[in-house]
Design a protein around this ligand. Sequence first.
Ligand code: AMP
Ligand code: MG
Length: 499
Amino acid sequence: MTTTAATAASAPPSDTPSGLAWREGFAALGPAFHTELVPTPLPDPHWIAGSPDAAAVIGMAPGWLGSDAAVQVLSGNALLRGMRPLASVYSGHQFGVWAGQLGDGRAILLGETGNGHEVQLKGAGRTPYSRMGDGRAVLRSSVREFLCSEAMHALGIPTTRALALTGSPAPIAREEIETAAVVTRVAPSFVRFGHFEHFAARDQVAELRALADYVIDRYYPECRSAGEASGGNAYAALLRAVGERTAALLAQWQAVGFCHGVMNTDNMSILGLTIDYGPFQFLDAFVPGHICNHSDSQGRYAFNRQPQVAYWNLFCLGQALMPLIEDTELAQAALEPYRSLFPAEYMGRMRDKLGLAAAAEGDAQLVDDLLALLAAGAVDYTIFWHRLSQAVAAQDFSPVRDLFPDRAGWDAWAARYTERLAREDRPQAAARMQRTNPRFVLRNHLGELAIRAAKDGDFGPLHALQAVLARPFDEHPDHAEWAGFPPDWASSIEISCSS
Ligand code: AMP
Ligand code: MG
């Protein structure tokens, strides 16, 4: 451990080795892409939670997570030898409008591990890109990001990971005074669509090309041998590949009922990961037009608009890549697959949820009609799918039927579904459904329970919730209430943008 300007005066860190090696990574791109700086220390940081699974992914020595040294490093108060911290610059479209330069205003990349994972602190102090912000994150939003990152991973949905959550008594002014927290995030790359838009908007074509080459060489090497569909153009192939990953991601969001809430282009991962957990929400009742972001008055990022917004965002990425693709038709052809891939991926996911192994004619209608019934009855989305999985296993639909105010509508649909299911191997169908339809998701009110306790210094509920969400398809009888209907107060939770 080095003693840098960022080393805190408090608690001398122990010398337990972290087991982590560091390599240059994003830093090598040079100063046009970032500003090197150290995190701003936080007073009296304390440990809140960690993810041993994420620690193993980056090759951390078992036992280091949670140590005094880790608390210091992962709160921005000390650096490990070999780290090269920086804040990156990007721009973006926010709520459909060009927002100009944004950048890592409160995120600081500590470095890249020897096995190719970037480690980033969120809430580590001001950077040249903080604009009016304080560079900090509050406990409330950090608990949500920590829990949801790991929960999404456990659901099999591509996401940035959360390695750790630390807190500090430092007062942070929001609508009221809150306390500071830092989430340590991990991902192969935190590059966003907005990184490309930044250089395109400034006609910095050399930098744009360097960034695209960096992303292709490291994450999309297959684009170098771009086939006929991309006209042998690696940058068109990149656009196509990002579109493919984004289609797969959006299909998973829509199938599980996840609403991101702020799908600005600066919150879109070039790797097709879920990134920047803010006002996100898992649907309670199935309300297709649900708006989870209290600041989104127009409903731009309503649940059912997400697939379309992703395409809009891909279009922005395509425009940013135009100086490299240099051919409008190639760029359009690279964007086109998203339109058919998203519905195909989505249908694949919905078939899994219904226990259907292979595609058959009429499946899309079956899904559409089901969604219409769920919407008409404002049926709880997660409970419906979990009960349906159990019903298929038990060959008894009555607990599902109870969820629908329109019993006749349900009976008619169930008859069609039973007929369709007869063409499947029933035990296999039930097994597929139980692997696909979680019993537990991070509903807003569950996050709120963990937050309220954490604010009082009790991290027990947070840890218990983390453990349940790490195995969301299991029964967890001790926490059956977390699989139940949301309480009345859940609908009064208001969550808006950055906090
Ligand atoms: P978000 O809505 O969280 O994606 O943030 C949009 C932009 O605002 C990004 O450039 C963030 O880095 C920046 N930002 C958000 N909150 C803060 C903050 N408290 N301090 C500095 N920058 C922030
Ligand atoms: Mg963001």
